[in-house]
Structure formats: structure tokens, C-alpha cells
Design a protein around this ligand. Sequence first.
Ligand code: GLV
Length: 317
Amino acid sequence: MDILIYSPDGKTAPYETSLAEHLREANIRGWQPGDAAPADYLVLWKPNAEVLLPRARLKAIFNLGAGVDGVLGTRGEGAHHLPPGVPLVRLEDAGMADQMAQYVSAAALRYFRRLDVFDAQQAQGQWKFQKPNRLTDFPVAVLGYGTLGAHVAKALKAFGFPVRAWRRSQRGEGMHDSGIELHHGDAGFDACVSGARILVNLLPLTPQTENVLNAHLFAKLAQGAFLINVARGAHLVEDDLLAALDSGQIAGATLDVFRTEPLPADHPFWRAPRVTITPHISALTLRDETVAQIAGKIAALERGEAITGIVDPTRGY
Ligand code: GLV
């Protein structure tokens, strides 16, 4: 069995070593320019078109992340590069759900407990009481209720936040899941976000969700709401956020993802006092968990068994 690994930074060696420990009989190689040789499996992140050229024997493509927009393209334009009939598989959790829950809970609690305000006061040398918020005044809306979104929603619920969540399609469990108010479809979107005090974005980036975080949506939130974007930069209309921060409609934003990464030095977000920036670290791809998951799925496919995490390229996730 041949496994070909690609990463834009060329740093595939640790993955090669780690995969080899799980799949001892496999021939594993990192991609080099010009490599069009057969492979049974591709393991990759943000591939170029050459990596995706049809290869003899190819059985599946594994994405080294949860979001597959790096393969399908922001607007799905990369979908036609995919070799026909070869499943694209995304990471499912692999240690990301806990990281997301920690990051989003930390940001939500920071706003709820007004630590952002106390930070600003400390910078001014101010000892000043702030009236505490009440959880009942802090409904949180989580956009995206897949593996990561559901875990984040449950973590927020455990802190006592009233949590609503939205996803595109309805699944079996009805409208309430562990006390989380679930909404779905176009019809359920407004009910999920209306009056929310914190908006958390965990949607996949697809042509339908690009620019979803815009002035129109911000206007539906509670006055002085907070935004936490941990999905993709292209979900956010940046100028709309800056305007909403100016008007006070949005009181603060915690952003882990940006249209251009690294965030350019002259970007206004760096200087926006109520924007908190982190460098796309909310949920890292953890090598051990990732490799174990991918190796397990390769072994299952080799045994002729079905696997989960297969992307529907027309849906984009
Ligand atoms: C990270 O951004 C991922 O998609 O896993």
C-alpha cells in the first residue's frame, strides 16, 4: 500500500514517521514536485492541483483538518480538481473538540465576567466595580452544530449559559439536545441568533456561508453583543464588524481566523481596542490523534468496512 503525504510547508516527515508506526506494511512518502506516481491514499493539507491529479489506485483522500475549504476552495471551485469517485475524508474531532470548547468557553467567560473591561481598567490604573452580568441575559448562539459545534455548545451549557445552536439540516434528535435549543434551516436561523449576546461561529466555509457574519446578522443580535469566530476568516465581512464595533452594536470580538493569515501588520483589527486576536490556534491538528484516526480509517477501508467523515463535495462539508 502506498501513502502519499502533502503539506504546503513540505514538513511531512513527522507524519510519515508516525503513520509508519501504525501501518507497518505501508510505503509512505512525502510529495515532491513532479510526483505523479500511484498512491492508494493521499493525506494532505491545502493541496495544489498537481497533488490532486488522478493517480492510479487512489482509494481515499484524507484532509489534515476539520475544514475542507482548503481542498474544495472557498467557493467550491476546487471540487472539480478532485479525482472523480475518490472519497474526501475530513478529521472528526481528533482532539480538536476539547480545544475548541476550552477556547470558546474562555472567550465567552471573559466577556460574561467582564474581564475584558477589567483589563482595560487595569491599563488605566482604575479600581472600579462593574455590575455583574446575569447568565439569563447572556444567551449564546452557536452557528454550526457538527462534531465541534455540539461539543462547544455542551461546554457552554455546563457553565449555565442559555445555549442555542443552528445547523443547516435537521437530524434525528428533535429540537432539544441536552438542554440546548436547536434550530435548523433558513427558517430557524433568525430564531437562533435573535437577541443572542454571544455569537460563536463554527460553520464550515462554503459558498452559502461565506460572508455570513455581516451587518444584517449583527443587527439581529442583542445590543452590545460579542462575536467569537473560530471557523474561517472568509465568514466575516470585516468592514461590517469594524462598523458594528464603532456603533456599539458589537461590544467585542475574539477572532482566531482571518481572510489573510498571518493577519497583515497594517490590518485595522490590530488597532481595534475591543478585538482580541489569536493566530489560528483555537483547535490545532494534533499529530498523534490525527494519525491514529487516519490510520484507523485506512485499515477499515482495507478491510472493506465503511468509514465516517466522508465529505459531500456538493455540500462542502
Ligand atoms: C483548522 O482550521 C481545521 O480545519 O482543522
